[in-house]
Design a protein around this ligand. Structure first.
Ligand SMILES: Cc1ncc(COP(=O)(O)O)c(C=O)c1O
Length: 388
């Protein structure tokens, strides 16, 4: 294995040296005043990234931990919820709810298509007794590269009292998501995506409306009890020993994110999406998500051509060029591959990945000429330079 690998999977992502350095320090007492200052600072900065006035709690867990907290703190066994599914992670929300005895109304959308707000509206209008307690959805469905329209979904919910619970694990700090303005009640994110950290931290914001629901909820969960997180955050601390090194890294990565500016980051992510999509089209590969607006700015899913095996493509990318991209998951295993363009990524990283992809496709006999995808990518870079 070479030292330097181009890691372009949709998380964990590459980590800036500044963040790595911030984490490479002797252990710090998690109840110390010094560490509380860090918790205070990062909590305030997380609120800016989530664009919320509400607290954002830091959990020492992978993203799924925060998804679980988003279920156990706001719904009870026997409650009804609507889960919108357009990939593996929507399916996970359905599974977590079921595990806790919640009745799931599951609405599946075709893989590669966004959740349709019209259908949400229809289901909620039919719920005359207002039995549905929450709507669960991914902002960015990483398994298929779909960006769901959270604003439209909230509008479709109209005055139905259900909570809107959003998994923004791979969407936060990638695509605009003004949590308060769009009225999302519970939103979760994870450290190993746009936050440019190793896995191990998850973040969760809770609206006032969701806190009211929480009061009537029998908290099943001890570790993920958000009331404990809330109480402790008033003292700038966490209920249990947190991943202190990761939180020190988070302080640095939030500074990087806020210095770059959210608007600039969203624009950059749109450019990355365009670079990859244009290269894919030029190479006569097929995109899983056809609609540009619904295509994720964090990850691009590409169909594996009929005469190629994903395993062979991946072996060449890894062994010859030390570029790591991701395969498909569950039903899409072997059928798609995914290029992550999230976190600590620059134009030249993606250009290199496209060049490697081209060489791999050339070796496999899918293309006869080199440079077509690279050129398409370069044109997008130059177009954006001119517009800047
Ligand atoms: C949209 C989405 N939700 C949930 C998860 C699960 O997060 P974790 O693997 O950190 O538990 C992921 C991870 O890739 C994700 O992309």
């Amino acid at each position: 294995m070479y030292e330097k690998q181009l890691l372009l999977i949709p998380g964990p992502t590459m980590i800036p040296p500044r963040v790595l350095r911030a984490m490479s320090v002797p252990p710090m007492g998690h109840r110390s005043q010094k560490f509380s200052q860090v918790v205070k600072e990062v909590s305030e900065n997380l609120k800016k990234v989530f664009q919320t006035k509400n607290d954002v709690y830091i959990l020492t867990a992978s993203g799924t931990g925060a998804m679980e907290a988003a279920v156990t703190n706001f719904v009870n066994p026997g409650d009804k919820v609507l889960v919108l599914v357009n990939g593996k992670f929507g399916d996970r929300f359905a599974k977590i709810n079921k595990r806790y005895g919640v009745e799931v109304i599951r609405k599946d959308f075709e893989l590669g298509k966004p959740a349709d707000p019209k259908i949400v509206k229809e289901i909620l209008l039919e719920d005359k007794g207002q039995e549905i307690k929450a709507v669960f959805v991914q902002q960015n469905e990483t398994s298929t590269g779909i960006l769901n329209n959270i604003k439209a979904i909230k509008e479709a919910m109209a005055d139905h009292p259900a909570l809107l619970i959003v998994d923004s694990i791979s969407g936060m700090a990638v695509a605009n998501f003004p949590v308060d303005e769009w009225g999302a009640d519970v939103v979760v994110a994870g450290s190993q995506k746009a936050f440019m950290l190793p896995p191990g931290l998850a973040f969760i914001s809770v609206s006032e409306k969701a806190w009211k629901v929480n009061e009537t909820c029998k908290n099943y969960n001890f570790y993920f009890d958000l009331q404990a997180a809330r109480k402790n955050l008033t003292k700038d601390t966490t209920p249990f020993t947190p991943a202190t090194a990761l939180i020190l890294g988070l302080k640095e990565s939030l500074n990087i994110i806020l210095n770059e500016g959210l608007e600039n980051i969203y624009k950059k992510q749109e450019k990355f999406k365009e670079m990859v999509r244009e290269a894919v089209k030029a190479l006569c590969l097929e995109l899983l998500v056809k609609d540009e607006k619904s295509a994720s700015p964090a990850i691009t899913a590409i169909k594996v051509p009929d005469n190629i095996q994903w395993k062979d493509l991946n072996n060449i990318l890894l062994n010859d060029f030390n570029v790591q991209i991701a395969g498909g998951q569950d039903d899409l295993k072997g059928k798609i591959f995914r290029i992550g363009h999230i976190g600590y990524v620059q134009d030249m990283d993606l250009l290199t990945a496209v060049a490697a992809l081209e060489m791999a496709l050339y070796k496999l006999g899918f293309i006869k000429e080199l440079g077509i995808g690279v050129k398409a990518c370069q044109q997008v870079i130059l177009k954006h330079k001119e517009e800047a």
